[in-house]
Design a protein around this ligand. Sequence first.
Ligand code: PXG
Length: 438
Amino acid sequence: MDTPIVNSLEAFWMGFTNNRAFKADPRMFVRAKGMHYFTPDGRAVLDATSGLWCVNAGHGRDKIVAAIARQAAELDYAPAFNLGHPLAFELASRLREVLPPGLDHVFFCNSGSEAVDSALKIALAYQRAAGQGARTRFIGRERGYHGVGFGGISVGGMVANRRTFGALLPGVDHMRHTHGAAAPFTRGQGETGAELADDLERLVGLHGAETIAAVIVEPVAGSTGVLVPPKGYLERLREIATRHGILLIFDEVITGFGRLGAGTAAEYFGVTPDLMCLAKGITNAAVPMGAVAADARIYDAVVNGAPAGIELFHGYTYSGHPLAAAAGLAALEVYAEEGLFARAASLAPYWEDAVHSLKGVKHVVDVRNLGLVGAVELAPREGAPGARAAEVFARCFDAGVLTRYTGETIALSPPLIIEKSQIDEAVGVLGAAIAEVA
Ligand code: PXG
C-alpha cells in the first residue's frame, strides 16, 4: 500500500527565508482584516508593514473581495495574446488617474520583478526603434532592489542577491547609493547629497551616452533599509538623463499607490520618469499583478513605428489577468473613495514625530522617514550582524506588532488606513522591544 503523503513543512521551499529556523518554529497567519493579521491560535497582530509593503488599503476589503469573486464566476481567464477582455483595458485607462501625465500606456505583468524586466526590455526596444540600437547598457545603483529576475538583480545592488548567480546582464554599471548623505536622524529628505546624482554624468563620461539605454532607481529605496533621496537628487538625475537621451525608469513597486501620500513618488517629488514599474498596491495585493507605465513617445516609437505584425516580443500568459484586473479596479475605487493617498499625506507629520521619538533609545543609531514609511537603524551587535534587528522583529511579533527587518534596520510601512492610536501602539511596542534586547 502507498504511504500516505503527510502535510509537511518541508515540502514548501520558502524564498528569502531561513527555512531551517522557520520550520523549527513556524510563524503563520490564517486570517486578516483591516489593520490586523490573526495567528492560528487566534492572536491579533497589528500589521505595521502592509504585508510586504503591498496591502495599502488594509486587509480583506469587501469591495475588492466581491470584485474578485464576481469576476472569477464571470470570466476566469482569457488568453492574453491577440485577444482581450474589457477589464484589463479599463484598468489601464483608469490607472492614468493615478499616474503622472504622459505615462499613458500600461503593460501588464504579474509581479514587481516582471515589471522591472519588462521595463528594461521596453527601454531596449525603444532605443532600437528610435535608431539608437547601440544603447544597450543599463545603469542601476548600489543598494538598489529591483526584484529577482536576472535583469533585476543585474541592475540591483544587493550583494547577497547577486553573488550566487554567476553571469548577470553584461554592460551594467552602478551609481553610488545615497545612504549617509544626510546626518543621522534627518527628518524626511536631507539637504545634502544631490550631487550624488552626478555619478550618472561620470558613468556617461566612462561609457559614452550613446551606449546607455536607461538608468533605473527606486525613488525611495525600500528593501535595503529605507533610503530617502536627498533634496534635488531625483531632479538632477532627471536632468542628466534627459540631456543624454537616457531613459529614466522609476521602480515604484513600493512607492506607488499612496505610500508617500501621493499616487506615485513621481507626483510626490514632481519628477516624471519615462518608464515606471508598479506592482504590490496596484491590486492591494489581493491578486498578483505588476505593470510598466510608459511615456506616450515610447509606445509610439515601439508600437506605431513598427512594421505590421507583433511589435514587442514580450508578454506573459497572465498579463492583465481578469481577477487581477478586477482587483485593481476595485482597489483604485477604494483608494479614491476613502481618499487614502491624501490620508497618508495628512498622517505623515504624526508618523514622523512617532518614529523619531525612538531617537535616544538604546542601540538606535538612525531614524529615517518619508510619507508613511519609517526606518529605525540599530547598531550591529559585535560578531553577529543583523541579530539584534532579528530579535527585535521576533519580540514585536510576540507582542502583537508585525514589523520587517533588513540588515540592521527595522522598517515600518503601515496600511494607509492606520489610526493614530495604532501608530502609537506600533512605535511603542517597537521602542520597548529595542530597549529590551541585548
Ligand atoms: N522592485 C522593488 C522596488 C521592490 O521593492 C520588487 C521590485 C520585486 O517585486 P516582486 O513582486 O517580484 O517581489 C520589489 C519587492 C522587503 C521586501 O521587506 C520588499 C520587496 C519584496 C519582499 C520584501 O523590503 N519588494
